[in-house]
Structures are given as structure tokens and as C-alpha cells.
Design a binder for this molecule. Structure first.
Ligand code: ADP
Length: 369
């Protein structure tokens, strides 16, 4: 099968890395000739936001998919009309691309998501403080999101189409990854949890399974069911959730693709999100997602103050740890905050997992030569 992927970042790289064990051809479109997939795929350099480029890239593929959602969805719609299989379907990518449409989608389908107001510009604000402003388009990794706490903050608001969202009193941030193939089979990964390490004050451990009550699990199951039925598309989706201090679950946002919060599944689950995504794209039977024991992931992110050719300080020490797995993304240059790789860790208890994650976190630094 000729599988085309829009986007050549680390998600595409780890997908290809896993799926190469099957006999397919992997084609990638990305603007950067240095991207994570450039040397491991049949690579085309080009802009996945440009209509004609996407049409030209996609027209001879058996199936077309994405590893980033900021792509030209209109071109995918046209290709779908021409008979190219597109997973997930362009209509759901379009909905998710725009925060305003995404919020309306939750509202219309009775999926709990924080209250909101839609504004076209900042003169239209009519929403109780404090709130979170989220730009309609162009936001990712925390960019395009800001908290407006008081009247003094109002002047720093962006004057652009946005969603104003009620500030949730967050107890935990959770994530659930679901997969549906074209035959309609559905499989869900165990819920994962983002953990803040109080000592380091960083929000970048993701652990599985999440420590949640039966009531919370039930609320998540209900959200998953409603989402899958409303999305009306095969695909792999990551739903990011907030658990508030009263025990209620809210949907923050959904990604129509592989997700950072699923990386520990590479060694922590019977099958990873990347294997599962292959099954979705190939319309094969879905893989089992059981977790045995505890798994966690820490992102390797470019240290403040370092730019240029990357060096992973301390990585040799990490490799001596048992049940510890290093994944690097093939990016030659680091800069502050850039995701360069991650480390997965397995353990028999949550306490042991946290201890190992904190120890390893302090051991490695992503710097430049
Ligand atoms: P991005 O996709 O760019 O990461 P998110 O919408 O996930 O943006 O927001 C980034 C972070 O901001 C979230 O992980 C959460 O910590 C915080 N946040 C977003 N929306 C809310 C909200 N309604 N209430 C409280 N915190 C929020």
C-alpha cells in the first residue's frame, strides 16, 4: 500500500518506525528537508498548507493521513471526492482545526466542555472573569492560549477571532487515545495523566494508567462514546481532558492524530499508539491496548539558553537504567523549548515510576555543542 502522510515530524517518524515491519511504502510531505521523516521515507519537500501541493502529493496514494492538523483540509476534501481514501476524514479535521467550530461541536453533541463565548475581536468581550482566551486558529503547544485573570489583563488580549473559556479549577489533566477503523471497530487506550513534579515545577511527565476513580472513568467512557459517534470518521484521536476539583470531567481539546500523551505506550502497552494507528490506516483489526504495570514518559526539550547543533548531556547514564527507553527524533538543531525526544520508563508501582522519572529528568539536559 502507498501510505501518504502530511507532516514529517516526530509523530510521523515513530509511526513509520513501527509500521515498517509491514510491507508498505511510506511517503511524506513536509516543508523542511531536515524534518524527522526526511531520511526514513520517500520524501517530498513542500508546503502541506498549499492546496495544489497537497493535491499533487496525494492523488496517487492508496491512503492519505496526517501527523499534524494544520494542513490544507480543502485539498483533502477534493482528494476524498476523487476517490482517495483519507483518514481521518477531512470534515472532522476542519472542525478541530478551528477552536470555534471545535467548541460548537462539543456543545451540539452534549460533550462536556467548559462554558465559552465566541468573539471576532476584543471589543466583543462579554464573559465573566477569570477566563482563558484561545485563538481560533494557529495555536499549538500552549501558544495562542492565555489566561485573563482580571480587568487589568483585558488590555493584553489578542484582537482576533477567539474562544473565551471558563477557567477550570483543575485537579488533574488527563488524556485518552481512541482508535476506530473503517469497519467500525473501536479500541481505547488506558487513560493517562499529566503529572506536575512539585520540585521541578514542570508539567512534562505523562504516566499510565491514570489514578482515577470509577466515576471519572465512567464520565470518560461516556465522552469517548459521544465523540466517536459524532466524529463519524475512522481515525486515531487524542482527547485532552480536565478533571476539576469537584470530580467532574471536561474536554479541553481533541487532536485528530497521534499524540504526545501516548508515547509511553511504545513499551508500556501491549501495542503502541503507532501500531494502532497503522491498523486504522490499513483498516486492519485493531490491536489490544492493555497496560501491564506502570509506564511514564518525559519529554526531552531544548534547554533555555542553548541553540544550535544538539547534544544530549547525560544520556549515556540514562541508558544504564533498566526498563528505560530513549527515543530521539532525528532533529539536528536544538532551541529553547523544542521537543527533541523523549524517554519512556516502566515500573511496578506508581511510587517507583515517579522516583525513576524524577531521577532521570535531573540527569539529562538537551544542550548545544
Ligand atoms: P495547546 O493545545 O496549545 O497546548 P491547550 O488548550 O491545551 O493549548 O491549553 C494549554 C494549557 O492551558 C492546558 O494544558 C491547561 O493547563 C491550560 N488551560 C487551557 N484551557 C483551560 C481552562 N479552560 N481552564 C484552565 N486551564 C486551562
Amino acid at each position: 500500500m502507498k501510505i501518504g502522510i502530511l507532516g514529517g515530524g516526530q509523530l510521523g517518524r515513530m509511526f513509520i518506525q513501527e509500521a515498517l515491519k509491514y510491507d508498505d511504502e511510506f511517503y511524506v510531505l513536509d516543508p523542511s528537508s531536515e524534518c524527522s521523516c526526511a531520511y526514513i521515507s520517500r520524501f517530498t519537500q513542500g508546503d502541506f498548507n498549499d492546496y495544489q501541493t497537497v493535491i499533487d502529493f496525494g492523488k496517487d496514494k492508496d491512503v492519505l493521513t496526517i501527523e499534524i492538523e494544520h494542513i490544507n483540509a480543502q485539498a483533502l476534501e477534493e482528494l476524498e471526492k476523487q476517490g482517495v481514501k483519507v483518514v481521518p476524514r477531512p470534515h472532522i479535521i476542519k472542525t478541530i482545526q478551528q477552536k470555534i467550530l471545535q467548541k460548537k461541536f462539543y456543545q451540539q453533541n452534549n460533550i462536556p466542555s467548559p462554558d465559552f463565548q465566541v468573539i471576532q475581536g476584543k471589543s466583543e468581550v462579554d464573559f465573566p472573569l477569570p477566563f482563558v482566551q484561545k485563538l481560533n486558529t494557529g495555536g499549538y503547544d500552549g501558544k495562542g492560549v492565555q489566561v485573563i485573570k482580571n480587568t487589568g489583563d483585558l488590555e493584553k488580549m489578542w484582537d482576533a477571532p477567539s474562544v473565551l473559556e471558563k477557567l477550570v479549577d483543575i485537579d488533574k489533566e488527563l488524556s485518552v487515545i481512541i482508535a476506530k477503523n473503517e469497519d467500525g471497530e473501536i479500541k481505547t487506550f488506558p487513560v493517562t495523566e499529566m503529572v506536575a513534579d512539585p520540585k521541578l515545577n514542570l508539567l512534562d511527565f505523562n504516566i499510565c494508567p491514570a489514578h482515577i476513580s470509577e466515576s471519572v472513568q465512567n464520565q470518560i467512557d461516556e465522552i469517548v462514546e459521544k465523540f466517536v459517534s459524532a466524529a463519524d470518521s475512522a481515525g486515531l484521536f487524542a482527547i485532552e481532558l480536565f478533571l476539576d476539583k469537584e470530580g467532574k470531567v471536561w474536554v479541553n481539546e481533541t487532536a485528530p492524530r497521534l499524540h504526545n500523551s501516548g508515547h509511553q505506550s511504545q513499551e508500556g502497552n501491549a501495542n503502541s499508539q503507532f501500531e494502532q494507528f497503522y491498523r486504522v490506516v490499513a483498516n486492519a483489526p485493531l490491536a489490544d491496548t492493555d497496560a501491564s504495570g506502570f509506564s511514564g514518559m518525559l519529554n526531552l526539550v531544548g534547554e533555555e539558553g542553548y541553540s544550535g547543533k544538539v547534544r544530549y548531556d547525560g544520556i549515556q547514564k540514562v541508558l544504564k537504567f533498566p526498563k528505560t527507553y530513549v527515543h530521539l527524533y532525528g532533529k539536528t538543531d536544538t532551541k529553547p523549548g523544542r521537543k527533541m525526544g523523549h524517554i519512556n520508563v516502566l515500573a511496578d508501582s506508581r511510587a517507583e515510576l515517579m522516583e525513576k522519572l524524577i531521577e532521570i529528568k535531573e540527569m539529562v539536559k538537551v544542550i548545544s555543542e
